[in-house]
Design a protein around this ligand. Structure first.
Ligand code: NAD
Length: 371
C-alpha cells in the first residue's frame, strides 16, 4: 500500500496513524490502488433480515461499495430501506422479478443473505443475470450444490465470493500468521468452539427447520471452527470423528442437531477439537504449538475480540468487520481480478465437504476419511 492509501485505510478503520504499524496484516494484497472516484461497486442486498441489517452499515461505511439496491419479499421493508438509503424504484426487486436484474446496469453485485437453502438458487439466478455474487455462509447445503454454483458463475463470467468476514479481521490475520509461519513451532492441538443459546428463539425460525437450514449449529456456527482450523494450520483435514450432543431444549422441537462435537485430523499431525451448539454460549479459539500457544476469546462473534499469545496480549484495532470484508472483495472486482482463493467459492465448497464428513461421522459413529 502507498502511504496515502495506508492513511486513508487507517481513517476508514477509525484508527489513528500511530496504529498504522499493524496495517500490513490487513493488506488487500493487490498492487495498484483503485481510483474509487471513478467507480464504486454497486451492491444489492438480497434478503433483508438480521444479518443484512448489519451488512448495510458495512456497505455504507465501506470505502469502495455503494448500497444500490435491495431484493425483498416484504413490501414494508422495501419502503423503509428505500427511504433510509435513497434507493431508486428501479433498483428494488422481489423474489419473482429478481431475474430482471439482467436489464439493470446500475447493480454490479448481489449479496445473498437468505436462509441457507436459498443460497444456491439466488446465487445462480444472480449469476445468470450477469451479476457478481457474495453469498453468506454456509455457501450451500451440500458440496455438490457448491460445485454447481461455482460452475455457473464461471460460465457466466462473474465472480463468486463468500461472506467470510474474519479473513479481513486483524486478530484472525494474526492467528493465521502465527500458525502458518510456525512462530511457536508446529501447532499440535486446536480447540475452536462456537455456540449461542437459542432457548428463546421462535420455534418457527428457519434455523430449526432442516429444509431451510440444512442442519443445526454445525452449518451455521461450526463452519467458522472448520475455517479457522484450516487457515491457522494452512492444511486440509484428512479424517474426522464426531458425536451429536444431547437435546437440552426439547420445547423447540428442532429438526436439526442442538449440539455437535468433532475432532478433525490434519496431515501434519495436528488435531482440532470443536463444538458447535445452540444450547449455551461459547466463543473461543486456542492453539497449542510446540513452543507456545495463542488464543482468542471472544473469537468469532462481531467482537471486540480479545487475543494473546505466549509473547503477550494482542493489540489490534476494532474494525467494522463487514466494511473491511466488503472493501477487500470489492477491490478485486473493481480491478477485474479474480477474488482470492481464501474467500472464493472454492473455499466454501471445501468447508461443505468437511461439514458433510462431520455429519457422516456423527451419524455413523465411525472415523470418516476426507478425500
Ligand atoms: P434472518 O432470518 O434474519 O433473515 C433471512 C431473510 O430471508 C429475511 O429477510 C426473510 O424475510 C428472508 N426470507 C426469504 N424467504 C424466506 C423463507 N422461506 N424463510 C425465512 N426467511 C426467508 O436470517 P439471518 O440471520 O439474516 O441469516 C441470513 C444468512 O446470513 C444465513 O445464511 C446466515 O448463515 C448468514 N449469517 C451470516 C453471518 C455472518 O457473520 N457472516 C451472521 C448471521 C447470519
Amino acid at each position: 500500500m502507498t502511504e496515502i492509501s495506508r492513511r486513508k485505510f487507517a481513517k476508514s478503520l477509525g484508527i489513528g496513524l500511530g496504529a498504522t504499524s499493524i496495517l500490513p496484516l490487513v493488506s488487500f494484497s493487490t498492487d495498484k490502488p483503485v481510483d474509487h472516484n471513478a467507480k464504486k461497486l454497486n451492491i444489492a442486498l438480497c434478503g433483508l433480515g438480521r444479518y443484512a441489517n448489519l451488512l448495510k452499515h458495512g456497505v455504507t461505511e465501506s470505502e469502495y461499495c455503494n448500497l444500490a439496491g435491495i431484493i425483498t419479499g416484504t413490501p414494508s421493508k422495501a419502503v423503509k430501506w428505500q427511504a433510509d438509503y435513497n434507493i431508486p424504484d428501479k433498483n428494488i426487486y422481489n423474489y419473482e422479478n429478481y431475474d430482471q436484474l439482467i436489464d439493470n446496469p446500475d447493480i454490479d453485485l448481489v449479496y445473498v443473505v437468505l436462509p441457507n437453502s436459498m443460497h444456491k438458487e439466488y446465487t445462480i439466478r444472480a449469476a445468470k443475470a450477469g451479476k457478481h455474487v457474495i453469498v453468506e455462509k454456509p455457501m450451500a447445503l451440500t458440496e455438490k450444490d457448491c460445485q454447481e454454483m461455482i460452475a455457473v458463475c464461471k460460465s457466466e463470467g462473474v465472480q463468486l465470493a463468500l461472506g467470510y468476514r474474519l479473513h479481513y479481521e486483524p486478530n484472525h490475520l494474526e492467528i493465521k500468521r502465527l500458525g502458518q509461519e510456525k512462530v511457536f513451532g508446529d501447532v499440535r492441538l486446536i480447540e475452536a468452539s462456537l455456540g449461542y443459546s437459542l432457548s428463546n428463539i421462535d420455534p418457527n425460525d428457519w434455523h430449526l427447520k432442516k429444509s431451510l437450514s440444512g442442519g443445526g449449529p454445525l452449518m451455521n456456527l461450526g463452519v467458522y471452527c472448520v475455517q479457522v482450523s484450516r487457515y491457522v494450520l494452512g492444511e486440509e483435514p484428512i479424517a474426522v470423528t464426531a458425536q451429536f450432543g444431547p437435546v437440552n431444549l426439547p420445547h423447540l422441537k428442532s429438526e436439526v442437531e442442538e449440539s455437535i462435537t468433532w475432532q478433525l485430523e490434519f496431515p501434519g499431525g495436528a488435531v482440532c477439537t470443536s463444538s458447535a451448539t445452540t444450547n449455551s454460549n461459547i466463543d473461543r479459539f486456542y492453539a497449542a504449538a510446540e513452543k507456545g500457544a495463542f488464543e482468542l476469546s471472544p473469537a468469532v462473534s462481531y467482537g471486540p475480540f480479545v487475543g494473546k499469545s505466549s509473547n503477550g496480549p494482542f493489540d489490534f484495532p476494532v474494525i467494522n468487520q463487514q466494511a473491511a470484508q466488503l472493501d477487500g472483495i470489492a477491490k478485486f472486482i473493481l480491478e477485474n481480478k479474480d477474488v482470492p482463493n481464501h474467500i472464493s467459492g472454492e473455499e466454501g465448497r471445501k468447508d461443505l465437504k468437511i461439514i458433510e464428513a462431520i455429519y457422516k461421522a456423527a451419524e455413523s459413529g465411525v472415523r470418516v476419511d476426507i478425500k
